[in-house]
Design a protein around this ligand. Structure first.
Ligand SMILES: [Cu+2]
Length: 397
């Protein structure tokens, strides 16, 4: 009782304190008071104390009956058996509720060729595990209820059954073999694609850094040129090596635009730490690792416009996210992705500026263009910093 009194006092004073603190800034909002960590700790202790008191009271009741020579007051086997049965019914209803209410909060419709295969595997695994889950849980809890001790039966000692052992070893082994084989073959079809010379993938290079994605398109030659981290400077944020002729026509884009039904091969690199290239609609996720290039090839199958109609959301956009907690602004590492018709893609890509500026031409001793036709389109903040630094340099001179 003394402990209870202490907890109540502490509970009341923290609540009052929290209310007073909240009142200083804005009107008392009970929702915020309840969010305090201490509130939940105290609530937990109170519940524990309540259960302990009820337990003690029952014990006193039973001891009293025992000392008076009466039969047992509470049939605990019955109580536990019924609790198991209730748990089974409530639990299975919870599973049903979870599947029907939250089921469609899983990934959105797959918008890539291999995405459909991944979803098929996911669904098959989910169906199999759900069936096994339901059967085993009915057996577990229903048996505990049906065969609870009633004082009339004796437990039957049943140590071994070879047939049963075989059954529950071979069936799961077969099921898992099918699942693993499917996974292996699907993985192979995604990562070891046989190139079709008539339908070569569009190569796009994406460089991750804290906290942005820099996107390079290959230009007319279809090849994204080499980079070298030793060449990174204020005006060459990605360390692009312009001695490699393939770099001269490479383009810098502010968003990712993909032609529909054409294979695209992403070359992924990182400038600082590990990031993860994640495009949920296309079922694409791969780490970007400093010092190495990883590749992911896939074919988008639904344009953004089609998806707007399908999802009934005029603001729908595909998105690229970072799926690795990479630092303080990790949450902000996202980029819009647009899937368009091939014609629209061609019209868009021609408008993207090249990475090569006159300043860079001077550095790499390339002929400087007298009047640049168009100012290059630059990506994200690094590019802005670069412009600022270039301007500063120009002023110093
Ligand atoms: Cu990141």
């Amino acid at each position: 009782m003394a402990a209870l009194a202490v907890i109540f006092t502490a509970f009341a004073s923290t609540s009052a304190f929290a209310q007073a603190a909240a009142a200083v800034e804005k009107p008392v909002d009970m929702g915020e008071v309840h969010k305090s960590f201490l509130f939940y700790v105290l609530l937990f202790l109170l519940v524990c104390l309540f259960i302990a008191i009820v337990g003690k009271a029952i014990r006193v009741y039973e001891l009293t009956r025992e000392s008076e020579g009466k039969s047992e007051g509470i049939n605990w086997n019955m109580v536990n058996g019924v609790l198991f049965a209730v748990f089974l019914v409530v639990g299975l209803y919870g599973v049903y509720w979870e599947y029907t209410v939250h089921g469609n909060m899983l990934l959105p419709e797959a918008a890539s060729e291999h995405g459909k295969k991944i979803d098929e595997m996911f669904n098959l695994t989910l169906i199999l595990t759900t069936v096994v889950f339901i059967i085993t849980h009915i057996a577990l809890f229903a048996f505990a209820y049906i065969y609870k001790s009633n004082g009339k039966r004796k437990a039957y000692f049943y140590p071994h059954n070879n047939a049963l052992e075989r059954l529950w070893t071979i069936i799961p082994a077969l099921a898992l073999t099918v699942l693993v084989l499917m996974g292996f073959l699907t993985w192979r079809s995604i990562f070891n694609k046989i190139e079709d010379p008539k339908n070569l993938p569009l190569i796009i290079e994406v460089t991750s850094s804290q906290f942005q994605w820099d996107v390079r398109y290959p230009g007319a030659d279809g090849i994204v040129g080499k980079k070298n981290y030793k060449l990174i400077t204020g005006i060459n944020a990605l360390g692009i090596d312009f001695n490699d002729k393939n770099n001269l026509d490479d383009q810098f884009a502010d968003e990712i635009v993909l032609p529909v039904n054409k294979p695209v091969r992403f070359a992924l690199t990182s400038k600082d730490v590990l990031h993860s290239f994640y495009m949920p609609h296309f079922r694409v996720q791969l780490n970007t690792v400093p010092g190495m290039t990883s590749y992911f090839e896939f074919t988008p199958t639904i344009t953004t416009e089609e998806m707007k109609v399908k999802t009934n959301d005029p603001k729908f956009n595909y998105i690229l996210l970072c799926a690795k907690i990479c630092g303080a602004n990790h949450f902000n590492m996202q980029k819009n992705v647009r899937v368009v018709s091939e014609q629209e893609y061609k019209e868009w890509v021609i408008k993207q500026g090249t990475y090569l500026t006159n300043d860079l031409r001077k550095v790499f001793k390339l002929p400087v263009i007298a009047e640049p036709a168009a100012q290059p389109v630059k990506a994200d903040t690094a590019a802005k910093d670069t412009t600022a630094k270039t301007n500063q340099l120009a002023l110093k001179k």
